[in-house]
Write a protein that binds this ligand. Structure first.
Ligand SMILES: Nc1nc2c(ncn2[C@@H]2O[C@H](COP(=O)(O)OP(=O)(O)OP(=O)(O)O)[C@@H](O)[C@H]2O)c(=O)[nH]1
Ligand SMILES: [Mg+2]
Length: 540
């Protein structure tokens, strides 16, 4: 490879940062995302998550149902430039019914930003997602949000993170008051106070007033009691808190903590700047050929998400690809690892929530959108040069099941198309009975909201009304050894045998008690609670 291209890739890697925002629902991920875009200059006026009519809506909640309900349903990719850095931001849904989507998105991230609502502290979904980040050894940055409202003591919140998540904390800034008395934050690195302006309006960038710690005007600006409290707390921090250690941060063992209020923009830019100082740049990844560095000369990447109908006018299907190595160029032809076929990547797009522009080149760390004419599946690797495959993305074990029916025969085609596309997208798992006479698709979901999304989208995007017929199963188990093993076992009572997305046998089982019975009656059956990956190498 020519030396210039090698240098070009190297430089691109140095200036790229990629992160996913995670948390329990409602901590403010989409709001923070919106404000980061505002500071990044990518938008000029921030929208609100739950906008009233005629008001601007949040950029990353573009789906109709998201806007109606004010929650995120699907993760969104946004790219923007800030101070010479090319940032790829991934906003994820917090609701546990959509955690599979969040999980897939984390596979494409190099860093995670964990949001905590100052009044609530750690919440169940945040804990779960934290564990996924740890499994992937992602560095975790903590943003304690909603300081404009009464919340818990900052020291107590740090203690909770340390005790419960087993991670050291390093407070990069420190809050001065909270709720009605919130006055700003102290930047411990630059030893400056950033003053909060209550009148600041959330849709425009906030004015940042900064004073040095030694400035005699402090008394004038800050409530005296809060000033003394700050001094006292800073002393405590110096005494008990660990020193900042970037290596520990990169290993996911120490989390830099920031305080702020996304809704009022406060602390957002401060956070963004420090994040860029400390975040991990694109790293090496596990593959069938061992660890592959981002500076590996050939282009490689993997599909982590599919989305149909992002542009309702064009009824398109987009594959989200994380570029891992080399240089991506428009119209290049690559190999598709699962099928061995050559695929031409025309019309690649730079992603910005629903909006997209065409793109000519991309580098490691970038997430790009490719037109997907049904070729790609989640977990697929595409590559140039020597064959390699990245780790696949396992799907979750579904817990609720229902037949979905289309009562209107004239809508047969739309129904089939909708089901196929939503299945490929992984919006839900679709299974079919092994009994050829039962043709209705079975929806298999982690949570009830996924059913609602599927029905809503079939109505909205494919113009089909559907009905559901719930099935009384609560467990899915993949049978090791495939159809042969199923046949050998003969009839298994109280179960239903179905085919998954990849045509593999799955047993639907009523409950844990039944599962115990089955295992006792059929010791030869090996049942797995997660499916082997359909594309990519099996992760450990
Ligand atoms: N007071 C206050 N409210 C906030 C702040 N940040 C966000 N909110 C509000 O909290 C609610 C939830 O915000 P979102 O940004 O949708 O939260 P989310 O984490 O994206 O939620 P999901 O995507 O559904 O998991 C909205 O009503 C926001 O206006 C803040 O700093 N202060
Ligand atoms: Mg959201």
């Amino acid at each position: 490879m020519p030396a210039e291209i090698q240098t070009e890739i190297q430089e691109a890697v140095e200036s790229r940062r990629n992160f996913a925002i995670i948390s329990h629902p409602d901590a403010g991920k989409t709001t923070l995302t919106e404000k980061l875009l505002l500071y990044g200059g990518a938008i000029h006026e921030a929208g609100a998550v739950k906008a009233r009519r005629a008001q601007r809506k949040a950029t990353s909640d573009w789906m109709e149902m998201e806007q109606q309900r004010g929650i995120s349903i699907t993760s969104t990719v946004l790219q923007f430039l800030y101070q010479g850095f090319q940032i790829n931001l991934l906003d994820t849904p917090g609701h546990q019914d959509f955690s599979e989507d969040t999980y897939r998105t984390l596979a494409a991230a190099d860093n995670a930003v964990m949001l905590i609502d100052a009044a609530k502290g750690l919440e169940p979904q945040t804990r779960k997602l934290f564990q996924v980040c740890q499994m992937r050894s992602l560095p975790i940055f903590t943003f304690v949000n909603k300081l404009d409202r009464p919340g818990r003591e900052a020291l107590e919140l740090l203690d909770e993170i340390e005790q419960e998540l087993g991670m050291q904390t390093y407070a990069v800034n420190w809050p001065i008051g909270m709720g009605d008395r919130f006055q700003g934050v102290f930047d411990r690195v630059h030893r400056q106070i950033h003053l909060f302006e209550r009148r600041a309006h959330g849709s425009k960038a906030a004015q940042d007033t900064v004073i040095d710690l030694g400035d005699p005007r402090i008394e004038e600006f800050l409530d005296q009691e809060l000033y003394y409290q700050l001094k006292e707390e800073l002393e405590i921090l110096e005494e008990i808190a660990a020193d900042f250690d970037l290596e520990q941060v990169h290993a996911g063992k120490m989390t830099p903590v920031f305080f702020g209020s996304a809704m009022t923009n406060f602390g957002v830019e401060l956070f963004l700047k420090s994040f860029l100082d400390y975040a991990l740049k694109p790293e090496s990844r596990k593959s069938s050929q061992g660890n592959i560095e981002p500076t590996y000369p050939d282009f490689t990447g993997f599909v982590f998400k599919l989305q149909a109908n992002m542009d309702p006018k064009h009824r398109d299907r987009v594959a989200f690809v994380r570029v891992c190595t080399g240089k991506f160029e428009k119209d290049m032809t690559v190999k598709h690892a699962r099928t061995g076929k050559a695929v031409r990547l025309y019309r690649p797009e730079k992603l910005f929530a629903q909006g997209r522009e065409s793109l000519d080149v991309a580098y490691p760390g970038d997430v790009i959108g490719l037109n997907n004419p049904g070729v790609f599946a989640i977990g697929d690797t595409i590559y140039n040069g020597k064959k390699l495959e990245y780790e696949g993305i396992p799907c979750f074990s579904p817990e609720i099941f229902a037949y979905i029916k289309n009562p209107n025969p004239s809508k047969f085609k739309q129904f089939q198309k909708g089901i196929t596309e939503l299945r490929e997208e992984g919006a839900i798992q679709i299974m079919y009975s092994a009994d050829e006479f039962k043709r209705d698709p079975i929806l298999a979901a982690v949570g009830q909201l996924q059913f609602e999304v599927v029905q809503f989208r079939l109505r909205n995007e494919y113009n089909v009304e559907t009905t559901l017929e719930p099935l009384s199963f609560s467990l899915a188990r993949w049978v090791a050894g495939g159809w042969e093993a199923v046949e050998k076992a003969g009839r298994v009572f109280n179960t239903m045998t179905v085919k998954d997305n990849w045509g593999r046998p799955v047993l639907l089982i009523r409950n844990e008690w039944n599962l115990g019975q089955i295992m006792a009656d059929h010791p030869e059956l090996k049942l797995n609670s997660t499916a082997p990956v359909g594309a990519g190498i099996q992760p450990d």
